[in-house]
Write a protein that binds this ligand. Structure first.
Ligand SMILES: CC(C)(COP(=O)(O)OP(=O)(O)OC[C@H]1O[C@@H](n2cnc3c(N)ncnc32)[C@H](O)[C@@H]1OP(=O)(O)O)[C@@H](O)C(=O)NCCC(=O)NCCS
Length: 149
């Protein structure tokens, strides 16, 4: 697990594009997320295979201390269910804690059972719903929260 760099963006964008449920950010949005001087501050991490340099997963969060929003997390299809998402989330939680964050929030499509199961297993709780929040297809957002000690 390490901070995302501009040199990772081709792999990160290709990974996101390969997954139905991953957010599709434009390159500019990632570049902004990597700008340490930008407001609000963002933290973006990648899980990299140290042998090959392959990016297996990534996560991005927006810091609004004492809260943060987990904006995206994704693991390549071939590497899912091997604990990489969990490691990314633990590394992100630690970075956010150091940045003064006490609670992390997120929204997820109500049909994304895989992500819901993932977040629940890592201690996130459901705090509410936003009806018809998403378009194409129209769908509710499930709101979730994780308190950081
Ligand atoms: C959600 C996602 C990031 C999880 O990453 P992952 O590396 O596969 O997750 P992990 O292997 O670390 O799983 C940790 C735990 O989460 C739970 N979990 C993971 N995948 C799950 C699934 N498909 N169904 C139910 N629970 C699941 C399990 O409890 C798992 O522990 P276990 O394998 O010991 O049982 C990955 O599935 C993904 O990239 N999905 C597509 C993109 C997406 O939906 N992102 C979220 C919205 S932005």
């Amino acid at each position: 697990m390490r901070r995302m760099r501009v040199a990772d963006l081709e792999q990160v964008i290709a990974l996101a594009a390969s997954l139905k449920d991953a957010p599709r950010w434009q390159r500019d949005a990632y570049v902004l997320a990597l700008d340490r001087g930008a407001t609000p501050q963002r933290i973006a991490l990648v899980a990299e295979d140290p042998m090959t340099g392959t990016v297996k997963g990534f996560a991005a969060a927006c810091v609004l201390s004492p809260e943060a929003e987990l904006e995206s997390i994704a693991v390549s299809a071939a590497e899912q269910r091997r604990g990489i998402g969990r490691k990314l989330l633990l590394a992100m939680a630690e970075e956010l804690r150091v940045a003064g964050v006490r609670e992390v929030l997120l929204e997820v499509r109500s049909s994304n059972q895989r992500a819901l199961g993932f977040y629940r297993s890592l201690g996130w709780s459901e705090t509410g719903r936003r009806p018809r929040y998403y378009a194409d297809p129209e769908e509710d957002a499930v709101l979730m929260s994780l308190k950081l000690e």
